[in-house]
Ligand binder design. Structure first.
Ligand SMILES: Cc1cc2nc3c(=O)[nH]c(=O)nc-3n(C[C@H](O)[C@H](O)[C@H](O)COP(=O)(O)O)c2cc1C
Ligand SMILES: [Fe+2]
Ligand SMILES: [Fe+2]
Length: 398
């Protein structure tokens, strides 16, 4: 049975939700599932803008056939050739033999890497600013390199003013019947996962995000048709403002993230004591994480949100506690900058976790690392309390 959604008089979402998935891209936990949107425009020509993941492929076929209602599919626009949007392509070519695939040079280079399919006679290669007339609608293409992948482009419908924005403005989590972002409470229901998605998927490429926004600045946009999660039709500035901030690595709020890696619990205790001191000192946003029990994507997301970060780690075979290393490498991989960082190290015979954390953090640009590293042996004692008090004061003043 079909289960498509109508957006305008001739635009439909033929995608669906997957609530069985546990890890998106086998890397990011998605406890509330994932949605894959795919847009079908019924103009004089019929146009599908991006496909879906195999997980929901049966629902996609039902939706596509129902909306096409016997019509042929004329165009497939590939804004992004990653798997979660492209799995129906071989079957689309079989079902709709006259199908023309619209993409840019890089799209087709990647197509050849993924598929052994001869596209002779099926290709419309577009460049920056090219327009495809489909009847009443004109689709203009803008390259959006590294809005996840290098071949990404976005498609602007000059008739409806809708921007089909590929992975931009997407989010983790299935949609709950509510198809539009304004149907969700922005701060509570929407923001936490859209932030984690941004940080995890696009966070590394802030400069590219800003470049794309500069390019689109003069367009009047009525909707962001996203590939994951709700569509934006109102107050687009809400998500745009967040993206601008994240893309420039500007913290959203004052607050301290404390992430600790512990074996027996002593480093955890020091982190808890510091959290108490900070809260008592007036810090409203203190977030404490055990790096073993919290997936790095959640901590990364809070590191994009807040301005001060504390990393506390026990020494482990002359190295960092492994989950702490994973977290720090993840932060580095996402180009996080403009943060104040404090370090706490612990060990019982040859303490090296502070040095190891510093080695990773010093490779990142724009971090202010507070001195000195707070160092303690095995378990915190009364003498360590003075150093903790001092650290709390420094963090409060930072
Ligand atoms: C597998 C393993 C390796 C360790 N390697 C080191 C080490 O190389 N140098 C060191 O000083 N302590 C080492 N330790 C000891 C812990 O770092 C030390 O006991 C620390 O105080 C534990 O802090 P925690 O209570 O937060 O887990 C190691 C402990 C374990 C279990
Ligand atoms: Fe993607
Ligand atoms: Fe995607």
């Amino acid at each position: 049975m079909y289960n498509y959604r109508q957006i305008t008089d001739n635009l439909y979402n033929v995608g669906a939700n997957d609530r069985r998935i546990t890890m998106f891209e086998n890397a990011h936990p998605v406890p509330r599932g994932m949605s894959y949107n795919s847009y079908l425009l019924l103009d004089e020509k019929t146009v599908l803008l991006d496909g879906v993941d195999n997980a929901i492929i049966e629902q996609f076929w039902q939706n596509l056939s129902a909306v096409l209602n016997g019509r042929h599919l004329d165009y497939l626009v590939i804004n992004h050739i990653e798997h979660d949007h492209c799995q129906p392509i071989p079957e689309l070519l079989r079902r709709y033999p006259g199908l023309t695939i619209v993409g840019n040079k890089k799209t087709f280079t990647m197509f050849e890497q993924f598929y052994e399919i001869d596209l002779e006679g099926h290709i419309l290669e577009v460049q920056e600013g090219d327009t495809l007339r489909t009847g009443k609608h004109n689709l203009t293409f803008f390259m959006a390199p590294m809005m996840h992948w290098p071949e990404v482009m976005v498609t602007y419908d000059t008739t409806s003013k809708i921007l089909f924005c590929a992975d931009a403005f997407g989010t983790f989590g299935a949609t709950d019947g509510r198809m539009y972002a304004d149907q969700y409470k922005f701060d509570e229901e929407y923001l936490p996962e859209v932030r984690r998605y941004y940080a995890s998927i696009i966070g590394k490429y802030g400069r590219n995000v800003n470049n794309l926004f500069d390019k689109l600045a003069n367009l009047e946009i009525s909707m962001f048709c996203t590939l994951h999660g709700p569509i934006w039709r109102k107050d687009l500035h809400l998500i745009l403002d967040k993206y601008r901030q994240w893309a420039s690595y500007i913290p959203e709020e004052r607050g301290v993230v404390i992430a600790y890696g512990t074996i027996y619990g002593n480093t955890a205790l020091v982190a808890e004591i510091l959290a108490n001191k900070l809260a008592d000192g007036g810090v409203e946003n203190v977030r404490v994480y055990d790096v073993t029990s919290t997936h790095p994507s959640y901590i990364l997301s809070d590191c994009f949100r807040y301005d001060r970060l504390v990393f506390a780690s026990a020494t482990f075979n002359a190295e960092l506690f492994p989950y702490m290393e994973t977290l720090l490498l993840d932060l580095k991989a996402h180009n996080l900058t403009n943060r104040t960082v404090a370090l706490i190290e612990n060990g019982s015979w040859a303490i090296s976790s502070g040095k190891k954390m510093r080695e990773i953090l010093e490779q990142m640009k724009g971090l202010t690392i507070l001195e000195p590293t707070l160092s303690f042996k095995s378990s915190p004692k009364a003498v360590d309390m003075e150093a903790l008090d001092q650290l709390a004061k420094t963090l409060l003043a930072a």
